[in-house]
Design a protein around this ligand. Structure first.
Ligand SMILES: [Zn+2]
Length: 176
């Protein structure tokens, strides 16, 4: 009889998208770190558009409810909240479903600040939060050419999950 494990796919892909508007007078959080800038991202929680997209990619990969359903922006509890909380919950659900994160690839679209000088710090922090190596987190930053979105930050993220070996999956010894 096939074990339950055999019925689950070996790999699963997830995709997340998010956007937030720049507002003066708040800190800019991106990928779990604070970047020096004269504006931050408003909206849900601390506005960390990258962590929100990573969270939704993780949740999407296991067909779980999305970030807005789990942490409603209308709930004052999440106002200014650290987005790491959302990511940790999504990661817990991924692990509970029997999967581990293989790699993540992200594109950030924003006019400013320049991400290049901070890219390694962001990749390192996202990798640390996901429990994977830094070279398993891809990060590209683009300016919004022709999009007329100078005051927004957008994130697109894909994530690949791998099924964790089940405890029952050890090779069977043949009895003699
Ligand atoms: Zn968001």
């Amino acid at each position: 009889m096939p074990s339950r494990n055999h019925q689950r796919p070996t790999t699963r892909i997830g995709y997340g998208f998010d956007s937030h508007e720049f507002r003066p007078g708040i800190a800019l959080k991106l990928g779990g770190i604070t970047l020096p800038h004269d504006k931050g991202l408003g909206g849900h929680s601390d506005g960390d558009v990258l962590l929100h997209a990573v969270t939704d990619a993780l949740l999407g990969a296991i067909a779980a409810p999305d970030i807005g359903a789990l942490f409603p922006p209308s709930d004052p509890k999440w106002k200014g909240a650290d987005s790491v909380i959302f990511l940790r919950e999504a990661l817990k659900r991924v692990r509970d479903a029997g999967y581990a994160v293989a790699n993540v690839d992200a594109s950030l679209i924003l006019a400013a600040p320049k991400i290049g000088p901070h890219a390694t710090a962001i990749r390192t922090r996202v990798a640390e939060l996901l429990g994977i190596q830094g070279d398993c987190v891809g990060l590209k930053a683009k300016t919004p050419e022709g999009l007329n979105l100078e005051n927004a930050a957008i994130a697109h993220v894909v994530v690949l999950l791998e099924r964790k070996p089940s405890r029952q999956a050890k090779p069977k010894r043949k009895k003699r």
